[in-house]
Design a protein around this ligand. Structure first.
Ligand code: NAD
Ligand code: TYD
Length: 357
């Protein structure tokens, strides 16, 4: 039996966070998993319906920029580990409103670091295990690649969007707390994720939604930008491995060795959707609409994850075609979820289901 640990996961009601919470709640019955989330538009407790009544799961509603709330929760529950995912995560939103990204991703992260540092200062092993602060970050901090090369852990930071600048800044603060205060930190930088519970403002779920409803599929510029896609459950497994086995002060890159030009990905998705919806081949592709490019659009991201594979033994489990097919099937059979998260109905769900427990 694993040691009884108390782990704080921030942003657990979001896309990746909900997969991490689910994995930890199901894999470690002896841990108590506290999901702290302020429930922005991107956070939906409905993402965790299947684990919310488990005895080792608890939801805490709070904003990571609220230091007093974080202090209270540390004092009350005695967390020995933090897995920090709460963030503003959408590049297009960061272009329209950068301030919120600085507020949540930078100030929120500094708050959380500070509270953990103060709480752990006199107690290096709260529940008889070594404390750990795990910061979940993105490969976008490394900037944009040309046609060749991969991001390694040594690639210099060169963020180019307000989103990636805020994540880069938060990474710097995490390393500063390691060097200055000896806070036991670990960081990972992951490539683009896809899978279930992905909010339908990001490319893959947006395209699935639009194809299903015969709306245009907006492809920025000429669709030539390249992303390295990883199935979200593989990211959650990597986070589990790094949280338990990673070395303090180290950074681990996570990626799928799975580069796709946006336009090729959209054609593949259209083909899968035609089959699933029983449409003649080529029908969905007619919905493709090339639109104005994103400002400062990074050309290519691609990750070298050999350090994680070599040192901690993690490997991605799914081929992209298989993962994309699973994802399409999930969206088509969870149309209610899609309706709830885009209409605000999840708030009603939260009020009626959660508070009455
Ligand atoms: P998401 O937008 O789906 O979820 C973010 C969650 O954080 C939501 O539940 C939201 O309510 C919560 N949140 C936002 N502001 C908060 C605040 N001030 N206080 C408390 N909670 C708050 O994001 P995601 O795609 O699941 O990404 C999770 C993390 O992983 C982020 O840190 C992101 O930078 C990183 N990441 C994402 C990807 C990706 O492809 N999505 C890739 C690599 C890294
Ligand atoms: P996105 O899912 O927003 O992730 P990120 O910007 O963090 O990589 O976008 C993935 C790629 O798809 C990116 O190159 C921008 C592009 N894109 C479109 O072409 N159309 C869209 O409607 C969206 C949301 C993104």
């Amino acid at each position: 039996m694993e040691t009884a640990r108390k782990i704080l996961i921030t942003g657990g009601a979001g896309f990746i966070g909900s997969h991490v919470v689910r994995l930890f709640v199901n894999s470690y019955p002896n841990y108590t998993i506290f999901n702290l989330d302020t429930l922005t538009y991107a956070g939906n407790l409905e993402n965790l319906r299947d684990v919310e009544s488990k005895p080792n799961y608890q939801f805490l509603k709070a904003d990571i920029t609220d230091a007093a709330a974080l202090e209270d929760f540390f004092a009350k529950y005695g967390f020995d580990g933090v897995i920090h995912l709460a963030a503003e995560s959408h590049v297009d939103r960061s272009i329209h409103g950068p301030t919120q990204f600085a507020q949540t991703n930078v100030i929120g992260t500094v708050n959380l670091l500070n509270v953990a540092k103060n709480y752990w200062a006199h107690n290096p092993a709260v529940n008889g295990v070594k404390n750990r602060f795990y910061h979940v970050s993105t490969d976008e901090v490394y900037g944009s690649l040309g046609d060749e090369g991969l991001f390694t852990e040594e690639t210099p930071y060169d963020p180019r969007s307000p989103y990636s600048a805020s994540k880069a800044s938060s990474d710097h603060f995490v390393r500063a707390f390691y060097h200055t205060y000896k806070l036991p930190v670990v960081i990972s930088n992951c490539s683009n994720n896809y899978g279930s519970y992905h909010f339908p403002e990001k490319l893959i779920p947006l395209a699935i939604h639009n194809i299903k409803n015969n709306f245009p599929i907006p492809v920025y510029g000429k669709g030539e930008n390249v992303r390295d896609w990883l199935f979200v459950e593989d990211h959650a497994r990597a986070i589990d491995v790094i949280f338990h086995k990673g070395v303090n002060g180290e950074t681990y890159n996570i990626g799928g060795h799975n580069e796709w030009k946006n336009i090729d990905l959209i054609y593949l998705l259209c083909k899968i959707m035609d089959t699933k919806l029983g449409r003649p081949e080529g029908t969905s592709a007619k919905l493709i609409a090339f639109v104005k490019d994103r400002a400062g659009h990074d050309l290519r991201y691609a990750i070298n994850s050999s350090k994680l594979q070599r040192e901690l033994g993690w490997v991605p489990s799914l081929q992209f075609e298989e993962g994309l097919e699973k994802t399409v099937e999930w969206y088509l059979s969870n149309q209610d979820w899609l309706h709830h998260v885009t209409s605000g109905d999840y708030l009603k769900y939260y009020e009626t289901q959660y508070h009455q427990r």
